[in-house]
Design a protein around this ligand. Structure first.
Ligand code: SF4
Length: 451
């Protein structure tokens, strides 16, 4: 008898579960009330190896802690900061040991260790700190004007959690031994009013991504005043709040003052016909717990029009069709969060082990089609320096041997107002060198030697 061939991906509904935090020696006596308190979560964040030891005890051996310390000292572009909520999603279904902790997808990007990185090519030769040139495009402190009708407002430079692959590693977080961070210098009130002045003077800008850092670190009263300020500018029609904390610290978005305040903002937005949405950043299905779903549902209940996910595609974390579809089905079907984008990991220093080549991203996009509802099928995008987001199939040329793809664009950024060639040029993006054929890797070695 001929066996049915089956589907490449088999959907199966899986309810979300909150992993048991008492499996960690350091949290054996933590109560549910403590766990659900945003304050408890913030006070008990893991910020260094000593604090991680206090949580894990001897579940993992010395090899891991040494590996982590080496990374922090020599390679990390982000300092360590993990709310217990995020640690608890590592090895969620059992008591971790060294091997399972090493292999865990959340650990791989939130607690990177030196042996994760590539020794030959830890960074691509074209990797840069501000790889998207957001700082170069500031029109006021923290306000990036890259696309014609949209701006990115960086309200602050901190987050409740620091991700190893952060694209804003230039600005966000504490300095590390390898990266001295850029600093915001204006007082928040002056920075915010400069943003509003710019928006009033530029009525063609209709869409504001309010980010950071993470807006969950802006004291609520300040954030509400900023959002109400945006809503007083009649030409602003879309506001998107960026917060990974919806997943990393859902307790924040469930606090009474935040929920009530967001309700006031949502009602004002709705009366003025402004689309208010929240964008979060979930990279793996294990991060989605009932508490995250409750926080997302609460945002929708108070009147936020949509909650969307923008994940980052990373090797060792989620760069398989099964990982991406598992995450998207859980977002869409269990948490009320729209799977919206997956970004290719940007060309920042020491990120080569996470980055995937463009051809691989194209294959993943191909293989994801047809399973999710069309409107909930995420686009995988490449954020090409000086160009902006492009769907991964939109390249105009691709040199697979050297891993160089070429892209064009259809608008000028704020630093190209007088550049008559900006729209006819081709812009390059580079695949990680270890994914190239041997001849391509040799070519890059020679380039490096001659540089
Ligand atoms: S939450 Fe976002 S801005 Fe903050 S460290 Fe992570 S990726 Fe960077």
């Amino acid at each position: 008898m001929v066996q049915p061939a089956g589907q490449p991906y088999e959907y199966q509904r899986r309810p979300l579960t909150e992993p048991d935090w008492t499996r960690f020696p350091g949290w054996r006596d933590v109560t549910a009330a403590q766990w659900e308190s945003a304050q408890w979560q913030r006070v008990n964040c893991v910020k260094n190896v000593k604090q991680l030891r206090a949580v894990l005890g001897d579940l993992v051996d010395e090899r891991f802690y040494t590996d982590l310390e080496t990374d922090q000292q020599r390679l990390a572009t982000m300092s360590m900061l993990l709310p217990p909520q995020m640690v608890n999603t590592m090895v969620p279904d059992r008591v971790p040991d060294t091997e399972s902790f090493y292999a865990d997808p959340i650990r791989r990007y939130m607690l990177p260790v030196a042996t994760d990185r590539h020794l030959d090519w830890p960074s691509h030769p074209h990797a840069t700190r501000d790889s998207l040139h957001e700082h170069d495009m500031w029109v006021a402190e923290g306000l990036t004007h890259r696309y014609p009708t949209k701006v990115l407002a960086e309200l602050l430079s901190t987050c409740p959690q620091y991700c190893g692959h952060c694209t804003r590693m230039d600005l966000v977080g504490n300095s590390t031994p390898t990266v001295d961070k850029l600093r915001l210098t204006l007082k928040p009130v002056d920075r915010y009013s400069a943003h509003l002045d710019y928006l009033r003077a530029h009525p063609g800008v209709r869409d504001v991504v309010v980010s950071g850092g993470d807006v969950a670190n802006v004291p609520w009263k300040q954030l509400e005043a900023y959002l109400m300020g945006l809503l007083s500018v009649p030409t602003v029609r879309d506001i998107r709040l960026a917060t990974k904390a919806l997943m990393g610290l859902p307790q924040h978005w469930l606090q009474d003052d935040v929920v009530e305040g967001l309700h006031r903002v949502a009602i004002t937005a709705s009366r003025r016909g402004v689309n208010l949405a929240v964008h979060t950043h979930v990279n793996h299905v294990n991060s989605l717990t009932p508490l995250v779903a409750r926080a997302a549902q609460t945002l929708l209940e108070v009147g936020v029009r949509d909650v969307r996910n923008q994940g980052v595609l990373m090797r060792g974390v989620n760069a398989t069709t099964g990982d991406l579809l598992d995450l998207c089905f859980a977002l869409q079907g269990e948490a009320g969060i729209l799977p919206y984008y997956f970004y290719m990991c940007d060309m920042i220093p020491n990120a080569e082990h996470w980055r995937v080549p463009v051809w691989h991203a194209q294959q993943l996009q191909h293989d994801m089609m047809g399973y999710l509802p069309g409107y909930a099928t995420p686009r995988i995008v490449c954020d090409v320096p000086f160009v902006g987001k492009r769907w991964v199939h939109m390249l105009t040329d691709y040199d697979r041997e050297h891993g160089i793809s070429y892209w064009t664009k259809n608008y000028r950024t704020s630093i190209e107002k007088d550049d008559t060639e900006a729209l006819s040029k081709q812009y390059a993006y580079y695949d990680p060198i270890d994914t190239l054929p041997e001849s391509g890797q040799d070519w890059w070695r020679k380039q490096q030697a001659e540089a």
